[in-house]
Design a protein around this ligand. Structure first.
Ligand code: CXF
Ligand code: ZN
Length: 367
């Protein structure tokens, strides 16, 4: 079928153009994309070919839409179902078998390899025989239609507007899941988040839901700090202020029980470790792209402190995405406040707004 897709070319520019999409294979699901969120990972993968080598390629990994058709072996989904597309996982490795699909042993090849498991592409070759690569995060949803599998296409209720739901597939579940599924913020806990973008603000809302006693947000943009206070933070600290660590220790007395870094800046990650109370845990969700290393305060960490990498909020998406939608319905997780909508053909503006920090969570409407 003919679709329209945002194609990243060899020169890293993005152009919306027609492509021919093949039909779903037995375990695949064809989704008409209604809207797709823009995540920093899309920006990174479009801006350089370090993570995704394939070019030309269709990115996008926060798709939401309606099932158009299913492959012959699909049993859990049918045409007409409302769905959110999330990350890909193999379903058979030890992590997947133990219900920790975010830590799938095949995570990198499946999400960044940009090829179907048989090595092929879901798109027909262009005239002249050049292949366009797809299957980014098992979806490539910056397009009017995308192909996923029964594993990463998550059925959602149809009484919630689909156009807001895409970011639950990555950014929102990453922040909320880090706080709830992995760091396990509990009633009475003290929680600090470094970076108040879509991940950090989702973590703030989740920590508030979990009953944290003290929630501290750190960022270098005042409007984001204001948003953090509106969404449940008790304290907002300007990152460029004199001594962030001392300020957090002053507020909490002993430090925090959980700290989450969403900035991937090594010096900030170190601050997130330095504010831990004894037995505290610090999570990080992405690595410094400049390759910087992190030095650990080993003596202080002897007091039972932990540092842990967290992917996709350690979510089990078939359970966690519907759970977040339930919280949203109850008014306890207003993640729609983070969204700014763009038309599909404004994708370059949306990328720019994400990069500059002007939009917290751009979402493209396919129209
Ligand atoms: C990524 C972050 C780095 C590890 C894989 C998943 N999240 C998507 O944006
Ligand atoms: Zn993402």
């Amino acid at each position: 079928m003919q679709i329209k897709a945002a194609v990243v070319g060899k020169d890293n520019t993005i152009t919306i153009r027609p492509l021919e999409l093949k039909g779903p294979q037995p375990h695949e699901v064809l989704v008409r994309i209604v809207a797709a969120g823009v995540c920093h990972t899309d920006l990174k993968c479009a801006g350089s070919n370090l993570l995704v080598k394939a070019r030309p390629v269709v990115l996008g990994h926060e798709g939401a839409g309606i099932v158009e058709a299913v492959g012959t072996a699909v049993t859990e989904l049918k045409a007409g179902d409302h769905v959110v597309m999330t990350f890909a996982y193999c379903g058979t490795c030890r992590s997947c078998r133990e219900a920790e699909p975010a830590y799938c042993y095949q995570q990198y090849p499946l999400n960044f390899g940009c090829a179907r498991p048989d090595g092929g592409s879901a798109y027909l070759c262009d005239e002249g025989g050049a292949a366009v690569h797809g299957d980014f995060f098992g979806q490539s949803s910056f397009a009017t239609y995308a192909i996923g599998t029964e594993r990463n296409v998550i059925k959602v209720p149809d009484d919630v507007p689909l156009e807001i739901l895409g970011p639950l597939g990555c950014g929102i579940q990453t922040g909320a899941g880090a706080a709830l599924n992995d760091l396990k913020v509990c009633p009475g806990d003290r929680f600090a988040v470094f970076g108040a973008g879509s991940l950090g603000l989702s973590a703030v809302m989740a920590a508030r839901h979990a009953g944290a006693k003290t929630i501290i947000a750190v960022d270098r943009v005042q409007t984001r700090l204001d948003m953090a206070l509106e969404l449940g933070a008790d304290h907002a600290i300007m990152a460029t202020g004199p001594d962030v660590v001392a300020e957090i220790l002053r507020i909490t007395g002993d430090g925090v029980d959980q700290a989450l870094d969403t900035t991937a800046v090594a010096s900030v990650m170190r601050q997130a470790i330095d504010v831990l109370a004894p037995r505290g845990i610090c999570g990080f969700v992405t690595a410094p792209s400049d390759g910087s290393e992190l030095y650990l305060p080993v003596r202080s960490m002897l007091l039972g402190k932990k540092v842990r990498g967290i992917v996709e909020g350690n979510s089990n998406p078939k359970l966690f995405i519907p759970f977040l939608i339930d919280l949203y319905r109850q008014g306890r997780f207003p993640f729609d406040r983070l969204i700014r909508f763009y038309d599909f053909d404004e994708i370059n503006e949306a990328f720019h707004a994400q990069h500059s920090g002007e939009a917290i969570k751009p979402v493209l409407r396919m129209g």
